[in-house]
Design a protein around this ligand. Structure first.
Ligand SMILES: *Cc1c(COP(=O)(O)O)cnc(C)c1O
Length: 400
């Protein structure tokens, strides 16, 4: 394995974070204590929802959202194939069928027209994803949901703090989920939070995440089939501490993205992340460029790795994952926009404390490798056209 000069991602952990976790460890209460509640209040207040329910991952949060709506076998849930697999797996956990709709080629979020075209008699919910921290088209999806009597759930796992037309992600939908795995903007190790304005729904969600206990969380009274999706107190303490500097973290990440933009704007063969005019605040999750179709991405990744620079394709379309091919017979060609974009994406090293020098280092290597590949492809095409013209000349000679 190569030692990388820059990591692909790295959580931002300060002395305050460490002290917060240690403070919990100095008490006997490591689960179901006051810190989870403080974390939930911090997220609800920041996002602007009535309720927040902490869970042990973003994936569990998405599952709880669909379970709380009573989604089950024979139901269909429309989502995007251009996401992390959890956006569709949450439907499978409930025995429902994920139905995919292709994306907008610029924002990489769901295309509302294609969502509406995918609605059938069996459709019960839409799971919209804020891809790479850019808010999805909530207004349009909300009116589709209202027209067809569907539930709109927002997979905002990559987008805490993002804003669309001045409105924070997580509001204006039935429920939304944030995730705090260590590569996200802020982290709790593993963890997630569901937000909603519906207090009754929130009570069902709390119960589902806590073994189906009744609303009073009576220890031995299980009123429904629930799960153990609880967040522990140490993770919640890290969450409280990270929430306290969320805005600063998001600003730092935006600054890193700005350095990349400036260095890469004029570079031939790559397309920078697109920010829609409706996106009044990005929550930068990753920095993903798109490569010109003539660039050999696999070769470029290998070369960058040899230079000590990690880079990854982002995402592999969900419908092309082996599980989805086998279970639903999906294959290439079904969602051409998703597939074309997924072939071209490259996530570059990106994290809160990344310095301008580190961005420069990544860009220098990337630009060098791209230039070398252009030179090679030009010399190949030049020698091909020379070969072609000499063949043509020979043919002319033979004819005469
Ligand atoms: C990170 C993420 C999730 C949830 O991830 P967990 O690892 O379960 O916390 C879900 N959807 C998307 C789009 C994500 O990026």
């Amino acid at each position: 394995m190569t030692d990388f000069l820059v990591p692909l991602s790295r959580p931002s952990i300060g002395q305050d974070d460490i002290a917060a976790v240690l403070a919990v460890l100095n008490t006997p209460v490591l689960s179901m204590g006051p810190t989870v509640h403080r974390f939930e209040r911090a997220v609800a207040e920041y996002v602007g929802t009535a309720e927040a329910i902490a869970v042990n991952s973003g994936t569990s949060g998405l599952h709880v959202c669909l379970a709380a709506e009573g989604i089950g076998p024979d139901d269909e849930v429309i989502t995007t194939p251009f996401s992390f697999v959890a956006s569709a797996n949450c439907a499978l956990y409930q025995g429902a069928r994920p139905v995919f709709a292709d994306i907008d080629p610029l924002t990489l979020n769901l295309d509302p027209g294609r969502v509406e075209a995918a609605v059938t008699r069996r459709t019960r919910a839409i799971v919209s994803v804020d891809v790479f921290g850019q808010p999805g088209p909530t207004e349009a999806l909300r009116s589709i949901a209202a027209r067809h009597g569907l539930v709109l759930v927002e997979d905002a796992c990559e987008a805490i703090g993002a804003e669309r037309n001045g409105r924070r992600v997580g509001t204006g939908v039935r429920s939304a989920v944030f995730a705090f795995y260590p590569n996200k903007a802020i982290t709790t190790g593993e963890g997630g939070v569901i937000v909603t304005d519906d207090r009754e729904l929130a009570a069902v969600m709390r119960s589902l995440a806590n073994q189906g206990r009744d609303d009073a969380a009576t220890w031995m009274n299980h009123v429904r089939l629930g799960f153990n999706y609880r967040l522990d107190e140490m993770s919640a303490a890290l969450g409280v501490s990270q929430m306290a500097r969320l805005n600063r973290i998001l600003d730092q990440r935006a600054r890193v993205a700005g350095w990349y933009d400036r260095r890469l704007r004029q570079v031939e063969g790559i397309r920078l992340p697109y920010i829609a005019p409706e996106t009044t605040r990005m929550s930068w999750f990753v920095y993903v460029i798109q490569l010109n179709a003539r660039v050999d991405r696999a070769a470029l990744m290998t070369q960058l790795e040899a230079d000590g620079i990690p880079a990854r394709p982002y995402f592999v379309p969900i419908h092309l994952q082996p599980l989805y091919r086998e279970r639903f017979g999906h294959g290439p060609g079904e969602f051409p926009i998703t597939e074309r974009i997924a072939r071209s994406t490259l996530a570059l090293p990106f994290f809160t404390e990344m310095t301008e020098d580190q961005v420069d280092l990544v860009c220098d290597r990337l630009i060098d490798r791209l230039n070398a590949s252009w030179m090679r492809s030009r010399s190949v095409s030049r020698s091909r056209s020379q070969a072609a013209s000499s063949v043509a000349l020979t043919a002319v000679g033979e004819a005469s």
